[in-house]
Design a protein around this ligand. Structure first.
Ligand code: SAM
Ligand code: MG
Length: 214
């Protein structure tokens, strides 16, 4: 039977990472992606920027758009304070099934609520379904043409408060021009670019951190 890349990535975690040790899970995935097969995780280099933003914000509520295999989910969850909650959305059921196992292997499943479905359907249900009033931090890393409409949807649904942080991956490669233009020109955001490289390559990419000013 033919295996998929996410299945092989999970295999590398089970073979090389220690159960209950999130750092070893992250390391096993980075090693797999550098030595065997590229995959669309935020990766080690931009992952360090993600870590520093999570640590600085010290969020109680986090929304992640785009789980894939759970790599960034594990990075974020392992840095959260006690009782914090991370909701992560993934609409591909095959990816979600792999992510659940990666998250459990890392031992961070108590902090993570993985929701299977499309961002446009679930963002309006966050308060009703999960009791979340606002998010302290949102990590945008799903399909690039959804960053802007989903940001506007979060605004409309009242999920952002004064001081909420949006952190957007891949703003240069593959790029999110309409989103960048919006957060950089809107008076409701204060926005900053963190230059880096596309995961596991030397191609320029970066993260955009935007503070919602209310
Ligand atoms: N954040 C992950 C990491 O760094 O480990 C990588 C996420 S990957 C770049 C993007 C994922 O978003 C894919 O698995 C895709 O199936 C999912 N996705 C794309 N559009 C989506 C949407 N509108 N709602 C939910 N998931 C979506
Ligand atoms: Mg990305």
């Amino acid at each position: 039977t033919q295996s998929t890349r996410p299945q092989r990535l999970l295999g590398a975690v089970q073979k090389n990472a220690t159960r209950g040790d999130p750092r070893s899970v992250v390391q096993a995935i980075d090693q797999f992606c550098r030595q065997k097969e590229w995959a669309m995780n935020v990766g080690d280099e931009k992952g360090c920027i993600l870590d520093s933003v999570v640590s600085e914000v010290n969020p109680a509520t986090v929304l992640e758009l785009g789980t894939y295999c759970g790599y960034s989910t594990v990075r974020i969850a392992s840095l959260l304070p006690p009782h914090a909650k991370l909701i992560t959305l993934e609409f591909n059921p095959d990816f979600a099934a792999i992510a659940r196992q990666v998250i459990a292997w890392a031992g961070v499943e108590d902090k993570v609520h993985l929701v299977e479905g499309a961002s446009g359907d679930w963002i309006p249900k966050m308060t009703e379904q999960f009791g979340v009033k606002t998010f302290d931090l949102v990590f945008l890393d799903h399909w690039k043409d959804r960053y802007l409409p989903d940001t506007m949807l979060m605004e409309e649904c009242g999920l952002l408060r004064k001081g909420s942080i949006l952190l957007a991956d891949n703003v240069i490669c593959p790029g999110t021009p309409d989103y960048l233009e919006y957060v950089r020109s809107s008076l409701r955001y204060e926005s900053q670019y963190f230059k880096s490289h596309l995961e596991y390559t030397k191609v320029e990419d970066g993260l955009e951190k935007s503070v919602f000013l209310g």
